[in-house]
Design a protein around this ligand. Structure first.
Ligand SMILES: O=P(O)(O)OC[C@H]1O[C@H](OP(=O)(O)OP(=O)(O)O)[C@H](O)[C@@H]1O
Ligand SMILES: O=C(O)c1cc(=O)[nH]c(=O)[nH]1
Length: 216
């Protein structure tokens, strides 16, 4: 898991805080896609409603593809929250775009992959947010099963959980993100957007998210 530009990581963290994408609810925890319960939720979907932030993220993702995966032939979003960001980045890159559902449709064409990913394509997966990595890595498996090569994953944000790091290592896929949890907390503290008590609570959670989840 790599943040390639610390200055951009801080800028993206500040933008997420500014558009109120980040919520803290320690006494009424969020349930994540993985089933983990958490005191924090980062709703990157709201960035689509803020043009300046949306552009910052799209430019950042496109730059990641140019720098890390110049051989990419397709940009593929993970349904649903990764789709729009993949489309915005693909448009800037002039590359084909597709998206991958969590499961194949049970009607219509029965597709899991929408748009075209041909055998031999070199695909960069786009996700909005990485917690355990389960969603995007399942989507990557569908792309591989279609005969394409997955070069790696890019995302707006990662919690940097050990479970996520292990999952990417096991899948043999590199992950590059625009920002991450440590940067978010640092910027939130510097800007006075979280109190010392909230920082301490988040620190307890991030030291062992599974234990925190089990206890809540
Ligand atoms: O790394 P993971 O543990 O898989 O968690 C992250 C995933 O969870 C969220 O999706 P969600 O399932 O809430 O659906 P959505 O994208 O349709 O909003 C998010 O958009 C990621 O896809
Ligand atoms: O793991 C998740 O489901 C998740 C966490 C988070 O902070 N934001 C989000 O959209 N999903």
């Amino acid at each position: 898991m790599t943040v390639s530009d610390p200055k951009l990581a801080a800028q993206v963290a500040a933008a997420l805080l500014d558009c109120e994408a980040v919520s803290l609810r320690p006494t009424d925890p969020f349930t994540w896609a993985s089933g983990l319960r958490s005191p924090i939720y980062c709703d990157n979907r709201v960035t689509l409603s803020v043009p300046a932030t949306r552009s910052l993220l799209a430019e950042g993702l496109a730059a990641l593809v140019r720098a890390q995966f110049p051989e990419a032939t397709v940009v593929a979003g993970t349904a649903t929250a990764g789709i729009a960001h993949a489309a915005l980045a693909a448009d800037r890159l002039g590359l084909p775009m597709a998206y991958v559902r969590a499961a194949a449709k049970t009607h219509g064409k029965g597709n899991q992959i929408e748009g075209r990913i041909r055998p031999g394509a070199k695909v960069v997966m786009v996700e909005d947010l990485i917690s355990t990595g389960g969603s995007v890595l399942e989507a990557a498996k569908a792309v591989q099963a279609a005969g394409a090569t997955v070069l790696g994953v890019i995302a707006l944000f990662s919690y940097e959980l050990q479970a996520g790091k292990d999952a990417f290592e096991a899948a043999g896929l590199p992950l590059f993100t625009l920002s991450n949890y440590p940067t978010l907390v640092e910027v939130a503290m510097t800007e006075g957007k979280i109190s010392e008590a909230e920082e301490a609570a988040l620190s307890t959670w991030s030291a062992d998210p599974q234990a925190w989840s089990d206890a809540h």
